[in-house]
Structures are given as C-alpha cells and as structure tokens.
Design a protein around this ligand. Structure first.
Ligand code: XMP
Length: 513
C-alpha cells in the first residue's frame, strides 16, 4: 500500500483515489503520525501532499522524522516537495506572481518518474512558492519556463514535483503517479472490493464473537450496505436492525427499506413508528436549526427507549461511517486538515458510549461513496438502493420551509414522488446526484376553471456533484421541466405553481434549510 501524508491540501483525497484506481490500497495519515513499523508493515512508498501553508510560515506542518527514517521512496507534491527541500537544507521562496494553470515542461535530466512522458507535456501548476535552491543530493529533472518543476535524489528515492499530477488537467499525471507507485515503489495491485469484503467480514467476525450487533438503519445507501455486510459475515440471528420512521420520510420509503433488508436475509428488523412523536415535537417550530435540534434529540430519545429490552447483554453498534466522513470531521487526519463540513448528524450519547467502550463497528470507514456503491452491488443490494440519491437525516422537515405539519408532509410527499418517478421514467435519475422537491411557505394566485385559487409554491431542485460539497444545477431540457410541472399541478391540487431552483452551491446550499 501507499501512505499519503496529508499536510492539509484539498488534493490528498484525490491522490488517494487515483492510487486506489490503480488497484493499490492507499491511506491518508496526518504528518505528525509516528510511522511505527506496525503502520509501515505493508507500505511501499509515501506521498507528501500539498498544503494551504508555506513552509516558511510559523506553524507550518512538519513531518514526523519516522517518515524519512523509514527509507521508503517519497514523492512530494507542491508543499510536500517544499517540505522535503527545506528539511534537507534547500530553500523555498515566495513568488511575487503565483504560477497557476498550464505549464509546458522541459527535462534537463532523465528521470524514472517521467518514463514514457514526452518533453513539452502540459502540467498543472498552482503555487505561490517555488524552490530557490534544491536540497543536498537533489538534481532538477524538469523545468517550466520560469521555475524548477521537479527534482529528485534518485539514490535515496526521494522525488519532488512542483505541479499536481493528481488533477485531471495535468497531462500524463496518471502516468507519472503510476511510474512512482509501480516503477519506483514496486507496489502490487492487490486492492479489490472482493478482497475488502473478505477482510472486513473476517475482522467483524473476530471482533464480535457471540455478541449481538445493533445497526440503526436510515434507508440510505451506507447503512443498507453495512446491513448487507453484517448479514453476510455473521449469523443473521445476531444482527438487530432498527429503523425509526420519523413521519418525515419520502413516499413508500419505509416499505422499500423493509423489503430490501428482508431480501438480504434480515430477521430482526424493528421498524419504529415514531411519526406522531416527531410531528408533535415539531408543531409550530419554524426555525431550521431548532427543527434539526428537536429531531436530533428525539432520535436519541427513541433510540434509548426502544432499544432497551430488544437486545440482551453487551452488544456492538455498527455504523455506516465513510472515509470522507472521518476526513471531513477532522478525525481521520491531523490538525492541518480544515474541517470542511461540520457534521450534520447527531452526536448521539449511545454512539459516544459505544465508541468509548470500543464497541463500534464501522466496516465502510476506509471507503469512498462510489466504492460503497460497488460493495453494495457485490453483496447483492438492489440497484434501487445502491443508486439512491442522498437524503438528509431530518428528512422532509428541512424541505418544508417554516413550520411542519402532517398535511404539508402529505402534499410534499406526493409532489416529490411524482418528480422522482418522472426522473426514473425519463432515465434522468442516475445522471443527477440529488433531486427533490421543496414546499415553500407562501401561496400564490392561480386559476382553476373560472375561480381564482391560492395554491402552494413548490420548488424543484436537481443538482450534479461529486461529493455534495459543491454542486451545479442539472440542466434539464425545458420540455422535461414543463411536463413534470404540469403533472405535479394536475395531480396535487394544493400546489398552484412550480419553480425550478437554478442556484449552484456555492453560494446556495443544496437543501433550502
Ligand atoms: P447542503 O444543504 O449543506 O447539503 O448543501 C449537502 C448534503 O448534505 C445533506 N444534508 C444533510 N444530511 N442531515 C443530513 O444527514 C442534515 O441535517 C443535512 N442537511 C443537508 C444534503 O441533502 C446534501 O446531500
């Protein structure tokens, strides 16, 4: 495997993805991590990522000496290159003018890193600092018009790149990374989903022994995949699945969840109908954060009251935490990574207690979302679950702007179901990352027959995204939008007007609340 030392650059994850796509396992670690022999047992090379810092700034991240002492090949990218340069006696200077974008490179010296890469290829630069003097033992192997673009100490197998081979704009970027991973590090292609499933199943079996395992099901892809993994790794009698119907779910959702879990062999599935409790608690509340808080607290309460008596003795708690969840909440890597998205989901005392007791199982915590989908397919989850759009924990409550009530839930549920069904029918669903309807707290005038009538305004939202952190509006054909709009107003009489939200994220968010 290859370890990526993350200095807080946004591209560390992208580097990890690229390497996994080669079939080589890669993991991200914080720079202060002491790379003990245990951690390094199957590591073939290290990659130092970029960073928002400059090496000469006070507080700039440094790397634990164990990285250099390991003797492993190192590839430093941008800041990673500057870091190595500074650590070995070279110098780095701030540029008066940032070098950004495409840059053609010349090769003053041959390098293994550029095997099969033609001179004059177009690299991708994004830096405000540059190498002024290379470190001892290093020689410059590539130059842009103005600056050193690569240097190396081939004897010690240390390589530095000023540009970013991991971004798609960089020609031959993949080739350069492959040269490092295979040609220089000699890594093997051993990473496969089948292998992951086997490994994770064996480790769950070993940890759990005869204890029962509880999994809270949300109906989304992640918890469904965890359910599948548990049910295939363990005796299904030991696997307790719990799903809380908040009354804020989409149309037919609870039934669909039941069916898909039963198809996976679930025997202990409790579906808790807590709709009345949630709607009652939300009565008259129109502040979005207050709604989220009420829903979060109630989730915890229902968990507490309904788990008691269902499972005997000491049990493990399984969760569908993903690799990106850990990274985003700052747990996976060190203090230099910025917390990009504060976590929406509840800090449940149950989860905290289980974590402190070391009784949490997170079988997806080394996977990215699309890898989770691949794993889902491998364990036989239906395409309708695997490809499902994300759905927020607070459900329809954050898609009914203002106060929530049963009637508004019903209206939104009907309209949303028509929208989603039409996306399936028109084969658009899989092109879109997330789509849903939002019920606005205003009424506008319309006419039906001869009468003027005030009806609700419904907003449709459909976006494309990689990870939900940024999003572009899905560019519907006008015909599709017009037809969907009239289907909705014809079928849901309370809705008088449909609008399409054409805002990207940023500046808007995906959800409206
Ligand atoms: P925003 O609206 O922040 O949404 O652009 C980004 C992604 O997160 C989902 N989202 C939530 N998920 N609880 C969740 O579990 C929440 O409170 C929540 N708010 C937003 C949203 O659906 C989108 O996929």
């Amino acid at each position: 495997k290859i370890l990526i030392v993350d200095f807080g650059g946004q591209t560390a994850q992208l580097i990890a993805r690229r390497i996994r796509d080669f079939g080589v396992y890669s993991d991200i670690v914080a720079p202060e991590t002491n790379l003990s022999p245990n951690i390094l047992s199957d590591v073939k090379g290290l990659i130092f990522s970029g960073s928002p810092w400059s090496v000469y700034e006070e507080g700039a991240p440094v790397v634990h000496p164990s990285a250099y002492e390991s003797g492993l090949p190192i590839l430093g990218i941008c800041y990673g290159f500057h870091r190595m340069t500074t650590d070995f006696g070279g110098s780095v200077l701030g540029l008066a003018k940032k070098e950004y974008g495409r840059a053609a490179l010349r090769f003053p010296k041959p390098s293994k890193l550029f095997d099969g890469v033609p001179e004059g290829f177009i690299s991708w630069m994004s830096h405000g600092d540059s190498i002024a003097e290379v470190a001892e033992g290093f020689q410059i192997t590539a130059r842009s018009a103005d600056h050193p673009a690569a240097a190396e100490d081939p004897e010690k197998r240390r390589y530095g790149l000023q540009f970013h081979p991991e971004v798609t704009h960089c020609e031959y970027g993949i080739k350069i990374l492959e040269n490092f991973v295979f040609g220089i590090c000699g890594a093997d292609k051993g990473w496969s989903m089948e292998g992951y499933l086997e490994e994770v199943s064996a480790s769950i079996k070993k940890r759990v022994g005869d204890h029962p395992v509880l999994l809270l099901i949300s109906g989304g892809v992640d918890s469904s995949v965890v359910a599948g993994v548990l049910l295939s790794a363990l005796d299904p009698e030991k696997v307790h699945l719990m799903y809380i119907d908040t009354g804020l779910m989409r149309k037919g959702e609870t039934e669909a969840v039941r069916k898909s879990l039963e198809a996976l062999g679930a025997t202990h599935l409790s579906i808790i109908d807590a709709g009345d409790r949630f709607l009652h608690a939300l009565e008259g509340v129109d502040d979005p954060e207050e709604k989220r808080r009420i829903i979060g607290d109630l989730f915890v309460e229902v968990q507490k009251s309904d788990i008691v008596g269902k499972i005997d003795g000491d049990y493990f708690l399984a969760q569908g935490t993903l690799y990106t969840d850990l990274i985003e909440s700052g747990k996976g890597v060190g203090k230099n990574a910025k917390v990009i998205k504060s976590h929406h989901n509840v800090r449940s005392p149950l989860i905290e207690a289980k974590r402190n007791a070391g009784m949490i199982i997170e079988p997806l915590d080394r996977l990215y979302k699309d890898e989770v989908r691949r794993l889902g397919r491998l364990i036989g989850l239906s395409e309708s679950v695997v490809g499902r759009h994300p759905f927020p924990g607070p459900g329809l409550a954050v898609r009914i702007l203002g106060a929530v009530d049963r009637e508004k839930c019903r209206i939104l549920r009907e309209a949303d179901a028509i929208f989603i069904e039409e996306l399936h029918r028109r084969k658009l669903y899989d092109e879109i990352w997330q789509a849903f309807a939002v019920l606005l707290p205003i009424k506008s005038v319309g006419v039906t027959g001869d009468a003027r009538r005030y009806g609700y305004v419904l907003a449709l939202r459909a976006i494309v995204s990689h990870d939900g952190m940024t999003a572009d509006v899905y560019p519907f054909d006008t015909k599709d939008l017009l037809e969907i709009s009239s289907l909705i107003t014809n079928s849901v009489s309370e809705i008088g007007r449909v609008v399409y939200d054409v805002s990207s994220k940023p500046p808007a968010t995906i959800e409206w609340e």
